[in-house]
Design a binder for this molecule. Structure first.
Ligand code: MN
Ligand code: MG
Length: 658
């Protein structure tokens, strides 16, 4: 098998002449290489998630932090900095933005159709790719149709058909576990030598849970490290000079555990692996997030002592591993290395500044699908039987929060159905994101009843958080709500028009918990301050907290669906600090809402009024919201609201009689 068919290999031959035309700074290894020494650069994209154009389809506007069209434009120049280079992708290319959903849900792939992300990748001359967990999101049949359009091979060593064999090398696999590419490298004198580059791929074993509905009964996964220990010696026996692991897995820890999701540190430790490209965590390595982490050397760019890299996400970076190779008889070995994650943008004064332009050929290849995706995000994917708005989200149960909780509960119940937690009640915590404040009087969700478009979902869920679930007690549910209730000022009886909202408390920390019912007694002082410190230990603002129509049992266990921010300790909610997490989804809350709407067809987000203010005798409060709130005032059942004139800067004032 000759590598000359691949454009990237041709480029490695032409690197010298490409360099002649432009200002290219050669990597020191290419400058320094002597006879029988060769510089090999491994270039990595990872977690592209269908981002071809620098465009955020949810927000429906350009975004300079993303797009493999941008990354592509630096691949040529970056490849030219090295005498020899290969290009790999590390998986999660197929799902994660509306273009992916458009192709899978709306358009489908007819025989011979090539998926747009594959079209883009085919223009770049990849040598190989592995699978990420998100490749399975639309089912195996669809995935294999997509893969068939690629002009580069896919490897995955730990995804099996059916049961695991006694020995990993006897597993029946869907894809080749590895490839060994016959390449030619130029040494420091320009002399060409053959080299055999082995590439082996791994996916997180957790796909069996995350995509059980697509994989149950059809596939199994094997532990990443054990799989590598079985196959890598065989790659060496087959004559691989160097072995590169394509690890769609985060760093993890140096301590072994069975079936770890994030196993790259342990994988790098497997004998015979020379270098490791990683991903899945959407970070850049080497990079500041990895300072001081056990098992990695952020300065040297090594993972468990081996050259390693993680190339960001959505095309934000090109990951680079530079290997100085030396000929040792007929074989090559790595004598030194550097690593780098090269970005496509920089931040100046908190503004994003692009470093590179898009590569026209990549955008042209996918222009038609891009236009179709724009139309898709602007056209209905489902219907809502009630309007979705957030004007009253801080004072009453609200449809914009209700829909998020409905989708989260729907998703988490499905994810936990085959786990030890399957019998626990599932509650959901969600907070209003767009609720005026510094965003101004128009900064509210406002989608009329009727059609719902994808871009409306961004309006419901602004942040690319991922879904997580925690298991906590009834008592902890109450403390969660006590923390939320800190957004309200204390209210005195028999006093009119008191200010309600503490402006120092961010609305995204006002979690409403669905699946229980409760009242908030504003005559009590807040128990917690906005940072989570106890202000009034004896205060109980949350009253009549009921589950299933009965007072909640403080000792009973509940699952609460939330996001990675809250579950990991964001907002300093009492005891919610990462230690209660029982499920970390690979899916964003936004994707889950889209899937929920697509699957349900028509959603009914009418608030169920599961929470309300307790009466405070003779008291009324004033709050501000957007002026368009007046169209929905009659729909709010849980509180008595009336207009109270104009507020500052375009806001409208409303009065609630408690
Ligand atoms: Mn990913
Ligand atoms: Mg509700």
């Amino acid at each position: 098998m000759s590598s000359m068919l691949h454009p990237i290999s041709r480029r490695s031959f032409l690197a010298g002449s490409a360099a002649a035309g432009a200002l290219v700074v050669l990597h020191p290894f290419s400058v320094r290489a002597q006879a029988n020494q060769a510089h090999l650069r491994i270039m990595e994209t990872t977690d592209l998630h269908v981002h071809v154009f620098p465009y955020d389809y949810y927000a429906d506007k350009p975004n300079d932090t993303m797009g493999v069209a941008r990354t592509a434009s630096i691949i040529d120049a970056i490849g030219a900095e090295a005498t020899n280079s290969i290009l790999v992708d590390n998986g999660d290319f197929l799902q994660g933005n509306p273009m992916g959903d458009y192709m899978a849900y709306q358009r489908g792939l007819k025989d011979g159709d090539v998926h747009p992300i594959i079209k883009a990748m085919n223009t770049l001359g990849y040598d190989c790719s592995t699978l990420g967990n998100h490749e399975f999101n639309y089912g195996l049949d669809y995935m294999f149709k997509v893969l068939s359009g690629a002009d580069f091979p896919f490897v995955c060593a730990n995804l099996t058909k059916g049961q695991l064999a006694g020995d990993a090398t006897k597993d029946e696999l869907f894809l080749k576990p590895y490839v060994i590419l016959d390449k030619t490298v130029k040494d420091g004198t320009g002399a060409e030598h053959p080299i055999r580059v082995g590439l082996i791929g791994f996916v997180p074993p957790q796909v069996m849970t995350w995509d059980s509905k697509h994989l149950n009964g059809k596939a199994m996964t094997r532990d990443i490290v054990k799989t590598a220990q079985a196959w890598v010696p065989q790659m060496r026996e087959e004559g691989a000079d160097i072995v590169v692991a394509l690890s769609h897995s985060g760093m993890g820890t140096p301590e072994y555990g069975e079936n770890l999701e994030n196993a790259s540190i342990l994988l790098a430790g497997v004998d015979g692996i020379d270098a490791i490209v990683t991903g899945h965590s959407h970070l850049d390595f080497p990079g500041p997030k990895f300072d001081g982490m056990a098992g990695v050397d952020n300065a040297k760019g090594t993972i468990n002592g081996k050259p390693g890299v993680m190339g960001g996400f959505w095309g934000s970076h090109l990951g680079l591993i530079d290997l100085m190779l030396e000929r040792d008889g007929n074989a090559w070995r790595v004598v030194s290395s550097t690593s780098e994650a090269r970005p496509i943008f920089k931040r100046e004064d908190r503004k994003v500044v692009p470093i590179v332009e898009s590569k026209a050929a990549v955008e042209e290849a996918v222009r038609e699908e891009h236009e179709a995706t724009l139309a898709y995000v602007r056209t209905p994917v489902g219907k809502t039987s009630a309007p979705l708005y957030s004007y009253f989200a801080l004072v009453a149960d609200d449809p914009s929060v209700q829909i998020v909780s409905q989708a989260q509960i729907w998703y988490i119940k499905d994810m936990l159905k085959d786990t030890e937690h399957k019998d626990l009640p599932v509650l959901s915590a969600a907070a209003p994101f767009k609720s005026g404040g510094r965003g101004g009087p128009d900064y509210y969700t406002d989608v009329p009843a009727g059609d719902v478009a994808i871009k409306n979902v961004a309006d419901l869920y602004l942040y690319p958080n991922t879904v997580q679930a925690v298991a906590i007690t009834g008592a902890q549910v109450k403390e969660w709500l006590e923390m939320s209730a800190g957004i309200f000022k204390q209210v005195e009886p028999r006093k009119a028009d008191q200010e309600l909202i503490n402006a120092d408390f961010p609305s995204y920390n006002f979690d409403v918990v669905d699946g229980v019912t409760y009242r908030i007694d504003l005559s009590q002082p807040p128990k917690y301050d906005p940072k989570g410190a106890v202000l009034n230990a004896g205060s109980n603002r949350i009253t009549e907290l009921m589950f299933d129509g009965k007072p909640i049992d403080p000792a009973a266990k509940f699952v609460v669906a939330t996001n990675n921010y809250r579950a990991g300790g964001g907002g300093n909610f009492p005891e919610i600090n990462g230690s209660k997490v029982i499920f970390e989804a690979p899916d964003t809350n936004r994707d889950v809402i889209v899937r929920y709407i697509v699957e349900q067809g028509t959603i009914n987000p009418s608030a169920d009024s599961n929470w309300s203010f307790a009466p405070v005798e003779g008291a009324s409060v004033i709050f501000e919201t957007g002026p368009r709130a007046k169209e929905h005032i009659a729909e709010v059942k849980a509180v008595k609201i009336e207009a109270a004139g104009d507020g500052a800067e375009g806001f409208a004032k409303y009065r609630i009689t408690l």
